[in-house]
Ligand binder design. Structure first.
Ligand SMILES: [Zn+2]
Length: 84
């Protein structure tokens, strides 16, 4: 049941992330072998399997270059931005 009143007053109800580039909805990326029955309990998740991609970014706090594994993926097909 979704109502218009269900917003910031329920912080743990829905962890929604918005893409910092295009403001579309983003999904969490899950790595590793995840069984289909487990996947069924994880909505709004991208299952990336075992091919962990490394991305380079500029740290927003220190402005230094760093390499990491993205944990969020934009679900806008024309954007596809990944970040962590
Ligand atoms: Zn995006």
């Amino acid at each position: 049941m979704e109502t218009a009143n269900e917003t910031a007053s329920t912080p743990r109800a829905r962890r929604r992330r918005l893409c910092p580039v295009c403001r579309s909805e983003a999904w969490r990326i899950a790595y590793g072998m995840i069984m289909p029955n487990e996947q069924a309990t994880m909505p709004n998740t991208v299952f990336a399997g075992c091919c962990i991609q490394m991305r380079e970014r500029r740290n927003p706090k220190t402005a230094e270059r760093e390499v990491g594994t993205p944990t969020w993926q934009c679900q806008n097909p024309s954007c596809g931005h990944e970040w962590w």
